[in-house]
Ligand binder design. Sequence first.
Ligand code: HEM
Length: 370
Amino acid sequence: AQIVAFRDSHQAGIATPSQDRLCFATFDVTPGTTKDDLAELLKTWTAAAEAMALGKQVPGDAGDLNTPPDDTGEAVGLAPGNLTITIGYGPSLFDGRFGLAGRRPSALKVLPHLPKDNLDPDNSGGDLCVQACADDPQVAFHAVRNLRRLAFGTLVPRWMELGFGRTSSTTPQQATPRNLMGFKDGTRNIDGTDAALMGQHVWIGEEEPQRWARGGSYLVSRKIQMRLEQWDRDRLGDQQDVFGRFKSTGAPLTGKTEFDAPDFHAKSGGEYVIPTGAHIRLAAHENNNGLRILRRGYSYTDGIDPETGDLLGGLFFIAFMKSPDQFVTLQRILGRHDLLNEYIQHIGSGVFVTPPGLAAGQDWSGQLFG
Ligand code: HEM
């Protein structure tokens, strides 16, 4: 119980049910690190990640009084909490330093500048990323901390984000959670158990010449700050127009219950009931040639803005897709026309290829280097 399989055809943490908490970190490889050093680390990481996903401690010489403990210890006695550890590789990892230029998945490149981007380099990019999700925040943090510890000298952390509260359901069995704007989020997300939709929109398939990446996916992360103080002063009618949904039930403005299909043609008094700039109108697959992504984000907070005293927080957006172009296409539209833009700002960004799952006996090193 509370254990998600570590080895499967796809990595855990994508289609598997989203847990309550997130710890997400990216890393850069330190100068002077060789291909062999990196290959060795990825082997060590695989063993550690697999042990932690089973609710065990990081393997090593337990009890040796003359060396630091192999596991930092703060998860001892805690339930595994459905921990998933998902690894991803950024475009910069394939730049030639480690002989990986010939193994770069074809769609892996830094995202172009997108409308209204205000990205902080300290919250963007990275050679590698680790997404740890669990129902207990300490279990998620413990996973990232131990991978970081095993990487001393090889990797340096670049940025890290803690997420409390999932903002998406990835299976219909989960109740739809609410984001920090108080709206149900994930109602029309892709269902992770729907193999046909996942194959069509999320998993890298035969179109990819790099066979090793097939069955993987692309992870796009966006740190999206919300202007919470402004939002909290906006009237309810406007808040509902921004999304095109009722705040209480999550139903579309043209429907009665949460899962009613939105009617984008319905008008009242000559105006569209779901406004032309409403988030769900602009993001809907019906209005984007069938384009869909799997959203798996979390709410975050950074405390208080020292200059204004405002609460700092928002959505740490994570989405998985067959190609980052899906995100770029959507964000080009949303960044220009979304009514939500009055209340949000994108301040961090990352793009990573998440390799497929590991077969028995395989590790992340052999999978990446071939
Ligand atoms: C739908 C919130 C940013 C893509 C929704 C819904 C909410 C929401 C409440 C309706 C419920 C649902 O179907 O899940 C937010 C907030 C954002 C944000 C608060 C920023 C802080 C984004 C971004 C993208 C995106 C950056 C992609 C570029 C979508 C998609 C849907 C959706 C594809 C489903 C639309 C549909 O088919 O009806 N979002 N979202 N969202 N959002 Fe966002």
